[in-house]
Design a protein around this ligand. Structure first.
Ligand code: MLT
Length: 235
């Protein structure tokens, strides 16, 4: 699988995995600060997002994890700090289950170790139907209002416009394939006590998509983990 990616800087490799239905562009605010901290920053686009081609009508979290493993091999990186936000976090947990030796440390941001509930799964299938008819507008209507906090909506309206623009740049077929994959992702809660690398958990206090109960579960079960909560911020 040919994964599109950008890389910046020199030093400790850090791979950041984007959320649904975005692309590697979502990390642009983080690049400079990480490069200035002597990091070698690697930002991939998952298959079906950004500049990476869709491969089939279902994108499993394991597919995405294996693509990242191949990318690390291609870049001859033995170990990296690997982290992701939301769907990027689901992929991070899958990658740890499949290839724990690739991790120097882990970052899980606004994500969950839990599988979808039946209700959530049915919601994804209904969103797939709407997206088949209305394209990315269906996902904008259903998801975008819940992603940001009231504070962000009031103080940073440009961000909401930017997110909407980025949603519209996503291929609906790529988004649908990932919705199918997220609906059937495994529950990783039993694996959490086995995570032996330092793990940073970053959550917005107002996150309504994943939430602080999930964050505390991760914090309680991952032995060497630290939870940072960002006030006033959503998903
Ligand atoms: C994301 O931000 O990646 C999505 O909200 C994840 C999800 O739909 O479970």
């Amino acid at each position: 699988m040919k994964v599109a990616f950008e890389k910046y800087g020199k030093g400790m490799p850090i791979v950041l995995l984007h959320a649904f239905p975005l692309s590697r562009k979502m990390w642009k605010q983080q690049i400079n600060v990480l490069v200035e901290s002597d990091c070698y920053v690697i930002l991939p686009d998952f298959r079906g997002f950004g500049e990476t081609q869709i491969a089939s009508d279902k994108t499993t979290m394991e597919d995405l994890a294996n693509d990242i493993r191949e990318l690390l091999d291609h870049l001859e990186i033995e170990k990296a700090i690997i982290g992701g936000l939301s769907m990027g976090g689901y992929v991070t947990l899958n990658l740890y289950r499949l290839h724990p030796e690739k991790f120097a440390a882990m970052i899980l941001a606004d994500t969950s170790s839990l599988a979808d509930t039946e209700e959530k799964r049915l919601g994804r299938f209904s969103l797939i139907e709407k997206t088949l008819t209305h394209g990315m507008n269906a996902i904008i209507e259903e998801m975008l209002p819940h992603l940001t906090s009231d504070y962000t909506k009031a103080c940073n309206p440009d961000l909401i416009k930017q997110l909407e623009k980025e949603f519209l740049q996503t291929d609906p077929e790529g988004a649908i394939a990932a919705l199918r994959g997220m609906a059937e992702r495994l529950d990783h809660t039993d694996m959490l006590p086995e995570i032996s690398v330092p793990t940073l958990l970053i959550f917005g206090r107002e996150d309504k998509v994943t939430n602080l109960d999930g964050a505390r579960l991760l914090n309680n079960k991952i032995p060497n983990s630290k939870l940072e909560i960002i006030e006033d911020i959503g998903h």
